[in-house]
Design a protein around this ligand. Structure first.
Ligand SMILES: NC(=O)c1ccc[n+]([C@@H]2O[C@H](COP(=O)([O-])OP(=O)(O)OC[C@H]3O[C@@H](n4cnc5c(N)ncnc54)[C@H](O)[C@@H]3O)[C@@H](O)[C@H]2O)c1
Length: 440
């Protein structure tokens, strides 16, 4: 297909169901925010699908529609929410406990949020040691549990008269699992589910169930989930878009903004020390070293791929990179991050950059959940399948084809995202060459 050929994108008719494994801080802030926007009480700040424009054609053409007017995305009015969680709290109670939103924003939405009750989760304490839930599925094998998840998806769709469903993982970070033999092929994966193999984490059961039901799956946490050969193959075979991993918010987002700037100017890096304090449940889960290891791997990879020390050894060889997350309950969801960046300039002179980011984790993550849900649904209607690399804009550890370095630079990711939309809608790519404006 040429870059300007239009694909037939099926229209976004009917209702779209968004299911989240996990009904904690991020998921409830997302759901409350969408409802608040629908009622005209808030603006969807932070969401490209709702607020960003996209330039089309030459600068002289003055064509810059909103993305949502350019590509056929589901309307917020057509979204229906559902969730799974081992903790039985409804979305209102969970949001209250998460403490992200203030009562003035939460109380007007109480009826709406109270009606969202989590389905029993595919959950095992072994994979998330700090959570003790009662709302949990039972089954003889992991395959049984996956089949129950599939049934949940079908029931949710039928009960709500939905046209389409997408799943965005908003549940806790699981312990670190290395991709292995159980994940290598679809056959091995299914056998491992039958054998209750420890290598099959609950998040993989959701990913498997989603793909089997033809439901796009986006993974907001760093655990592997769909990022194993078996499930990538399954997604390709069944024509289902998948993406992940780990929402790019807070400190890592900031890293992928600053590091490309240093590299663009050929400034060196001696070290980057990042530390965080946070006191939400996510922080508590990450206080467990096994869950933190999954997160650490996800956070550490970005600088190397952006700075390419193998290409620029004089500037970036052996820089030291340390990431810490400390659970500190008084802060709740209002994380504070400090970055100390030791950079090196002309004639080797050292300089320092200090960043003190007082962010709100779930406030940054919620619009990402919305965009991933709407873009994943759009991708499916546009006939896209398998890994959606153009969504790496939203992730700390983007999934990429085997052997391909994922792209971490936020601005390259943004260009890729917008060019993919142009490509799918039959518009010219924008190269920013612009010589034509100067030719007489
Ligand atoms: N907020 C951010 O900025 C951000 C950024 C990147 C990634 N994340 C990831 O997003 C996820 C959600 O974050 P949060 O702050 O909402 O955490 P949270 O602890 O408030 O919510 C997570 C919920 O998932 C539930 N859960 C655990 N295992 C489950 C399973 N197997 N099935 C269904 N539910 C399950 C927990 O009971 C909990 O209610 C975490 O993995 C976090 O690491 C968040």
């Amino acid at each position: 297909m040429s870059s300007t050929e239009t694909r037939t994108v099926a229209p976004a008719t009917g209702k779209l169901g968004i299911l989240t494994p996990g009904l904690g801080a991020v998921a409830t802030t997302f759901m409350a925010g969408v409802e608040s926007v629908r009622r005209g009480l808030s603006k969807p700040v932070g969401s490209l699908t709702q607020m960003a424009t996209i330039r089309l054609g030459k600068r002289t053409e003055n064509r810059s529609p909103l993305i949502k007017e350019f590509v056929p995305l589901a309307n917020l009015e057509d979204i229906v929410f559902g969730a799974w969680d081992p903790i039985p709290d409804d979305a209102y109670t969970a949001a209250k406990k998460a403490g992200v939103l203030e009562d003035k924003d939460l109380e007007p939405l109480k009826d709406f949020l109270s009606a969202i009750k989590p389905m029993p989760a595919a959950f095992e304490n072994h994979y998330v040691t700090r959570i003790h839930g009662t709302n949990v599925k039972t089954g003889k094998t992991k395959r049984d549990v996956a089949e129950q998840l599939r049934q949940d998806i079908r029931d949710f769709k039928a009960k709500n008269g939905l046209d389409r469903v997408v799943i965005v993982w908003c549940a806790s970070t699981e312990i670190y699992i290395k991709p292995g033999a159980a994940h290598a092929t679809i056959d091995a994966f299914e056998k491992a589910m039958d054998a209750n193999d420890e290598q099959i984490a609950p998040s993989m059961l959701y990913a498997y169930a989603a793909i089997m039901e033809g439901v796009p799956f986006a993974n907001g946490a760093p655990n592997l989930s769909a990022d194993v050969p078996a499930l990538v193959q399954l997604a390709n075979d069944r024509g289902v878009p998948i993406s992940g991993k780990d929402f790019k918010t807070g400190q890592t987002w900031m890293k992928t903004v600053i590091a490309p700037g240093l590299k663009a100017r050929m400034l060196g890096l001696a070290g980057w020390y990042s530390t965080n304090i946070l006191g939400n449940r996510d922080g508590e889960v990450l206080d467990d070293p096994a869950s933190f290891k999954t997160k650490e791997e996800s956070k550490l990879s970005v600088l190397h791929t952006i700075l390419q020390p193998e290409k620029y050894p004089e500037l970036y060889k052996d820089f030291s990179h340390v990431v810490r997350i400390n659970y500190y309950p008084p802060r709740g969801d209002n994380k504070e991050g400090w970055d100390n960046i030791d950079i090196v300039g002309w004639m080797g002179y050292p300089m320092q950059i200090k960043v003190n980011f007082l962010c709100r984790d779930s406030i940054l993550a919620a619009p990402i959940v919305l965009d991933l849900a709407l873009f994943s649904d759009f991708a499916q209607r546009a006939g896209m399948k398998g890994i959606q690399e153009w969504l790496s804009f939203y992730y700390k550890s983007p999934m990429a084809a085997p052997g391909l370095q994922p792209e971490h630079d936020l601005f390259i990711q943004q260009t890729k995202l917008k060019n993919t939309l142009r490509h799918l809608m039959g518009e010219e790519q924008i190269t920013h060459l612009g010589l034509e404006y100067y030719q007489s």
